[in-house]
Design a binder for this molecule. Structure first.
Ligand code: DON
Length: 304
Protein backbone atom coordinates (compact mmCIF):
# COMPACT_ATOMS: atom_id res chain seq x y z
CA UNK A 1 0.00 0.00 0.00
CA UNK A 2 1.44 3.36 -1.04
CA UNK A 3 0.01 5.64 1.62
CA UNK A 4 1.81 8.72 0.29
CA UNK A 5 0.13 8.62 -3.13
CA UNK A 6 -3.25 7.86 -1.64
CA UNK A 7 -3.02 10.74 0.86
CA UNK A 8 -1.88 13.12 -1.89
CA UNK A 9 -4.91 12.20 -4.03
CA UNK A 10 -7.51 12.25 -1.29
CA UNK A 11 -6.11 15.47 0.16
CA UNK A 12 -6.49 17.29 -3.18
CA UNK A 13 -10.01 16.01 -3.62
CA UNK A 14 -11.26 16.92 -0.13
CA UNK A 15 -9.42 20.26 -0.05
CA UNK A 16 -11.77 21.55 -2.72
CA UNK A 17 -15.11 20.38 -1.34
CA UNK A 18 -17.61 22.87 -0.01
CA UNK A 19 -16.80 23.16 3.72
CA UNK A 20 -20.27 23.26 5.22
CA UNK A 21 -19.12 23.16 8.83
CA UNK A 22 -19.16 25.86 11.53
CA UNK A 23 -16.38 26.95 13.89
CA UNK A 24 -16.66 25.97 17.59
CA UNK A 25 -17.60 29.47 18.70
CA UNK A 26 -18.76 28.44 22.19
CA UNK A 27 -15.09 28.60 23.19
CA UNK A 28 -14.26 32.17 22.08
CA UNK A 29 -10.55 31.56 21.51
CA UNK A 30 -11.28 28.63 19.14
CA UNK A 31 -13.35 30.82 16.82
CA UNK A 32 -10.21 32.93 16.10
CA UNK A 33 -8.49 30.03 14.31
CA UNK A 34 -8.21 30.31 10.52
CA UNK A 35 -11.02 28.07 9.19
CA UNK A 36 -9.03 27.29 6.04
CA UNK A 37 -6.43 25.23 7.88
CA UNK A 38 -6.35 21.69 6.55
CA UNK A 39 -3.66 19.18 7.41
CA UNK A 40 -3.18 15.44 7.53
CA UNK A 41 -0.36 13.19 8.73
CA UNK A 42 0.09 9.43 8.85
CA UNK A 43 2.57 7.46 10.97
CA UNK A 44 2.83 3.76 10.28
CA UNK A 45 4.24 0.76 12.13
CA UNK A 46 6.57 0.26 9.16
CA UNK A 47 7.94 3.77 9.85
CA UNK A 48 6.30 5.66 6.99
CA UNK A 49 5.75 9.28 8.05
CA UNK A 50 3.96 11.49 5.61
CA UNK A 51 1.87 14.65 5.75
CA UNK A 52 0.02 17.05 3.46
CA UNK A 53 -1.16 20.63 3.95
CA UNK A 54 -0.74 22.27 7.33
CA UNK A 55 0.38 19.11 9.10
CA UNK A 56 2.88 20.98 11.26
CA UNK A 57 0.39 23.61 12.45
CA UNK A 58 -0.51 23.30 16.14
CA UNK A 59 -4.16 23.19 17.10
CA UNK A 60 -6.22 22.65 20.23
CA UNK A 61 -6.80 18.90 20.53
CA UNK A 62 -9.75 19.37 22.95
CA UNK A 63 -11.64 16.09 23.44
CA UNK A 64 -8.86 14.01 21.88
CA UNK A 65 -7.09 14.57 25.21
CA UNK A 66 -9.81 12.43 26.84
CA UNK A 67 -8.17 9.31 25.41
CA UNK A 68 -4.86 10.28 27.02
CA UNK A 69 -6.34 11.12 30.43
CA UNK A 70 -8.28 7.84 30.35
CA UNK A 71 -5.09 5.92 29.54
CA UNK A 72 -3.18 7.51 32.42
CA UNK A 73 -6.03 6.84 34.87
CA UNK A 74 -6.37 3.26 33.56
CA UNK A 75 -2.65 2.69 34.18
CA UNK A 76 -2.98 3.99 37.73
CA UNK A 77 -6.24 2.46 39.01
CA UNK A 78 -6.72 -0.43 36.56
CA UNK A 79 -10.16 -1.94 36.10
CA UNK A 80 -11.56 -0.03 39.09
CA UNK A 81 -11.98 2.82 36.66
CA UNK A 82 -15.04 1.06 35.20
CA UNK A 83 -16.86 1.47 38.53
CA UNK A 84 -16.81 5.23 37.93
CA UNK A 85 -17.46 5.46 34.16
CA UNK A 86 -19.30 3.09 31.81
CA UNK A 87 -18.26 1.68 28.44
CA UNK A 88 -21.52 2.21 26.55
CA UNK A 89 -22.13 4.56 23.65
CA UNK A 90 -24.47 7.31 24.82
CA UNK A 91 -26.15 8.33 21.58
CA UNK A 92 -26.10 11.87 22.99
CA UNK A 93 -24.08 15.02 22.40
CA UNK A 94 -20.67 15.34 24.04
CA UNK A 95 -21.89 17.84 26.63
CA UNK A 96 -25.27 16.30 27.43
CA UNK A 97 -26.64 16.19 30.98
CA UNK A 98 -29.72 14.09 30.36
CA UNK A 99 -28.57 10.53 31.17
CA UNK A 100 -26.72 11.44 34.34
CA UNK A 101 -29.90 11.73 36.42
CA UNK A 102 -31.08 8.19 35.57
CA UNK A 103 -27.54 6.79 35.78
CA UNK A 104 -26.95 8.43 39.21
CA UNK A 105 -23.75 10.24 38.32
CA UNK A 106 -22.02 7.38 36.45
CA UNK A 107 -21.35 8.75 32.94
CA UNK A 108 -22.03 6.32 30.10
CA UNK A 109 -18.45 6.50 28.81
CA UNK A 110 -15.14 8.30 29.43
CA UNK A 111 -15.25 10.39 26.21
CA UNK A 112 -18.35 12.37 27.12
CA UNK A 113 -17.53 15.59 28.95
CA UNK A 114 -19.18 14.04 32.03
CA UNK A 115 -16.96 10.95 31.77
CA UNK A 116 -13.79 12.94 31.22
CA UNK A 117 -14.62 15.11 34.23
CA UNK A 118 -14.84 11.94 36.36
CA UNK A 119 -11.51 10.74 34.90
CA UNK A 120 -10.00 14.15 35.77
CA UNK A 121 -11.25 13.68 39.35
CA UNK A 122 -9.57 10.24 39.51
CA UNK A 123 -6.29 11.74 38.28
CA UNK A 124 -6.50 14.62 40.79
CA UNK A 125 -6.89 12.07 43.61
CA UNK A 126 -3.96 9.99 42.40
CA UNK A 127 -1.29 12.38 41.07
CA UNK A 128 1.02 14.54 43.17
CA UNK A 129 1.24 17.37 40.64
CA UNK A 130 -1.62 16.59 38.26
CA UNK A 131 -0.96 19.21 35.59
CA UNK A 132 2.79 18.53 35.41
CA UNK A 133 2.49 14.76 35.81
CA UNK A 134 -0.05 14.53 32.98
CA UNK A 135 2.01 16.53 30.48
CA UNK A 136 5.13 14.56 31.45
CA UNK A 137 3.24 11.34 30.72
CA UNK A 138 2.02 12.60 27.33
CA UNK A 139 5.50 13.81 26.39
CA UNK A 140 7.01 10.45 27.34
CA UNK A 141 4.72 8.45 25.01
CA UNK A 142 6.36 9.67 21.80
CA UNK A 143 9.42 11.28 23.40
CA UNK A 144 8.19 14.75 22.37
CA UNK A 145 9.18 17.41 24.89
CA UNK A 146 7.63 20.20 22.81
CA UNK A 147 4.05 19.33 23.79
CA UNK A 148 2.35 22.06 25.83
CA UNK A 149 -0.98 23.24 27.22
CA UNK A 150 -2.37 26.54 25.93
CA UNK A 151 -3.15 28.91 28.82
CA UNK A 152 -5.07 31.13 26.42
CA UNK A 153 -7.44 28.37 25.33
CA UNK A 154 -7.83 27.01 28.86
CA UNK A 155 -8.67 30.47 30.21
CA UNK A 156 -11.08 31.15 27.38
CA UNK A 157 -13.01 27.98 28.25
CA UNK A 158 -12.78 28.58 32.02
CA UNK A 159 -14.51 31.95 31.48
CA UNK A 160 -17.60 30.42 29.81
CA UNK A 161 -17.67 26.70 30.61
CA UNK A 162 -21.05 26.81 32.35
CA UNK A 163 -22.28 23.44 31.05
CA UNK A 164 -19.18 21.69 32.33
CA UNK A 165 -19.62 23.45 35.69
CA UNK A 166 -23.19 22.11 35.74
CA UNK A 167 -22.04 18.58 34.82
CA UNK A 168 -19.37 18.47 37.50
CA UNK A 169 -21.65 19.80 40.24
CA UNK A 170 -24.40 17.42 39.20
CA UNK A 171 -22.08 14.42 39.41
CA UNK A 172 -20.78 15.70 42.77
CA UNK A 173 -24.40 15.77 44.03
CA UNK A 174 -24.48 11.97 43.59
CA UNK A 175 -21.29 11.67 45.63
CA UNK A 176 -19.34 10.61 42.53
CA UNK A 177 -16.71 13.38 42.52
CA UNK A 178 -14.09 13.22 45.29
CA UNK A 179 -12.41 16.61 44.92
CA UNK A 180 -13.67 20.20 44.89
CA UNK A 181 -15.58 20.77 41.62
CA UNK A 182 -13.63 23.98 40.94
CA UNK A 183 -10.32 22.06 41.13
CA UNK A 184 -11.62 19.23 38.94
CA UNK A 185 -12.90 21.66 36.31
CA UNK A 186 -9.71 23.69 36.33
CA UNK A 187 -7.72 20.54 35.62
CA UNK A 188 -10.23 19.31 33.00
CA UNK A 189 -10.01 22.61 31.07
CA UNK A 190 -6.21 22.49 31.20
CA UNK A 191 -6.26 18.94 29.77
CA UNK A 192 -8.52 20.04 26.89
CA UNK A 193 -6.17 22.92 26.04
CA UNK A 194 -3.31 20.64 24.96
CA UNK A 195 -1.94 21.68 21.55
CA UNK A 196 -0.47 19.47 18.86
CA UNK A 197 0.10 19.27 15.13
CA UNK A 198 -1.22 16.42 12.98
CA UNK A 199 2.33 15.08 12.83
CA UNK A 200 2.70 15.10 16.62
CA UNK A 201 -0.75 13.61 17.09
CA UNK A 202 -0.22 10.67 14.73
CA UNK A 203 3.22 9.95 16.26
CA UNK A 204 1.74 10.09 19.76
CA UNK A 205 -1.16 7.72 19.06
CA UNK A 206 0.80 5.16 17.05
CA UNK A 207 1.28 2.99 20.17
CA UNK A 208 -2.44 2.16 20.02
CA UNK A 209 -1.77 0.56 16.63
CA UNK A 210 1.20 -1.27 18.19
CA UNK A 211 -0.57 -3.28 20.93
CA UNK A 212 0.19 -0.62 23.55
CA UNK A 213 3.96 -0.58 22.98
CA UNK A 214 5.79 2.72 22.51
CA UNK A 215 7.10 2.82 18.97
CA UNK A 216 10.36 4.68 19.67
CA UNK A 217 11.45 2.49 22.59
CA UNK A 218 9.23 -0.64 22.58
CA UNK A 219 8.24 0.10 26.19
CA UNK A 220 4.76 -0.87 27.36
CA UNK A 221 2.40 2.09 27.74
CA UNK A 222 -0.63 -0.16 28.08
CA UNK A 223 -0.91 -3.95 28.16
CA UNK A 224 -2.11 -5.55 24.93
CA UNK A 225 -5.54 -6.15 26.43
CA UNK A 226 -5.84 -2.58 27.76
CA UNK A 227 -4.78 -1.19 24.39
CA UNK A 228 -7.50 -3.24 22.67
CA UNK A 229 -10.07 -1.93 25.13
CA UNK A 230 -9.12 1.69 24.48
CA UNK A 231 -9.48 1.04 20.73
CA UNK A 232 -12.87 -0.60 21.35
CA UNK A 233 -14.04 2.47 23.24
CA UNK A 234 -12.78 4.79 20.50
CA UNK A 235 -14.64 2.66 17.97
CA UNK A 236 -17.95 2.72 19.86
CA UNK A 237 -17.88 6.11 21.63
CA UNK A 238 -15.22 8.32 19.99
CA UNK A 239 -17.63 10.49 18.01
CA UNK A 240 -20.56 10.76 20.43
CA UNK A 241 -23.88 10.55 18.58
CA UNK A 242 -21.97 10.16 15.32
CA UNK A 243 -19.98 7.10 16.45
CA UNK A 244 -22.14 4.70 14.44
CA UNK A 245 -21.78 6.86 11.35
CA UNK A 246 -17.99 6.97 11.76
CA UNK A 247 -17.82 3.17 12.17
CA UNK A 248 -20.08 2.79 9.13
CA UNK A 249 -18.21 5.15 6.82
CA UNK A 250 -14.62 5.13 8.11
CA UNK A 251 -14.52 1.86 10.04
CA UNK A 252 -11.68 2.65 12.45
CA UNK A 253 -11.33 3.46 16.14
CA UNK A 254 -10.97 7.23 16.42
CA UNK A 255 -11.50 10.35 18.48
CA UNK A 256 -12.51 13.87 17.58
CA UNK A 257 -12.19 17.26 19.25
CA UNK A 258 -13.98 20.58 18.78
CA UNK A 259 -10.67 22.14 17.67
CA UNK A 260 -11.35 20.24 14.41
CA UNK A 261 -8.84 17.45 14.93
CA UNK A 262 -9.47 13.73 14.48
CA UNK A 263 -7.15 10.83 15.24
CA UNK A 264 -7.91 7.38 13.82
CA UNK A 265 -6.11 4.10 14.47
CA UNK A 266 -5.72 1.11 12.19
CA UNK A 267 -4.43 -1.63 14.55
CA UNK A 268 -1.11 -3.13 13.38
CA UNK A 269 -0.93 -0.57 10.56
CA UNK A 270 -1.03 3.15 11.30
CA UNK A 271 -2.31 6.20 13.16
CA UNK A 272 -3.64 9.04 11.03
CA UNK A 273 -4.45 12.59 12.16
CA UNK A 274 -6.55 15.15 10.27
CA UNK A 275 -7.24 18.78 11.14
CA UNK A 276 -9.84 21.10 9.66
CA UNK A 277 -11.52 23.49 12.14
CA UNK A 278 -15.08 23.71 10.79
CA UNK A 279 -17.38 21.24 12.54
CA UNK A 280 -20.49 19.40 11.47
CA UNK A 281 -23.68 19.47 13.55
CA UNK A 282 -22.40 16.74 15.87
CA UNK A 283 -19.26 18.71 16.73
CA UNK A 284 -16.87 16.66 14.57
CA UNK A 285 -14.62 18.08 11.82
CA UNK A 286 -16.62 18.20 8.59
CA UNK A 287 -13.67 17.84 6.22
CA UNK A 288 -11.82 15.54 8.61
CA UNK A 289 -14.67 13.01 8.49
CA UNK A 290 -14.89 13.27 4.69
CA UNK A 291 -11.15 12.83 4.32
CA UNK A 292 -11.07 9.69 6.45
CA UNK A 293 -14.09 8.18 4.71
CA UNK A 294 -12.44 8.60 1.32
CA UNK A 295 -9.05 7.48 2.61
CA UNK A 296 -10.24 4.21 4.18
CA UNK A 297 -12.56 3.45 1.27
CA UNK A 298 -9.79 3.83 -1.26
CA UNK A 299 -7.10 2.07 0.81
CA UNK A 300 -9.30 -1.07 0.86
CA UNK A 301 -7.81 -2.00 4.23
CA UNK A 302 -10.32 -2.82 6.91
CA UNK A 303 -10.41 -4.09 10.47
CA UNK A 304 -13.71 -5.84 9.76
O1 DON B 1 -15.52 20.58 27.37
C1 DON B 1 -15.67 20.96 26.21
O2 DON B 1 -16.75 21.29 25.76
C2 DON B 1 -14.43 21.01 25.33
N1 DON B 1 -13.28 21.35 26.13
C3 DON B 1 -14.18 19.71 24.64
C4 DON B 1 -15.33 19.22 23.81
C5 DON B 1 -14.96 18.42 22.59
O3 DON B 1 -13.89 18.57 22.04
C6 DON B 1 -15.98 17.50 22.04
N2 DON B 1 -15.54 16.85 20.82
N3 DON B 1 -15.89 16.83 19.70
Amino acid sequence: MNFEDLIRDVYQKIKNIDDKGEMASYIPELSKVNPKNFGVHISTIKKVNFGMGNYNGKFSIQSITKVLSLILAYRIVGDEIWDRVGVEPSGTAFNSLVQLEADKGIPRNPFLNAGAIVVSDILLSNLKNPKEDFIDFVRSISNNKALEYSNKIAQSEKDVGYRNVALCNFIKSFGKIENEPSDVLDFYFDLCSLEMSCKELSELFLFLANNGLGVHNNKSILSESQSKRINALMQTCGFYDESGEFAFKVGLPGKSGVGGGIIAIHPNQYAIAVWSPKLNKKGNSHKGMKFLEEFTTRSELSIF
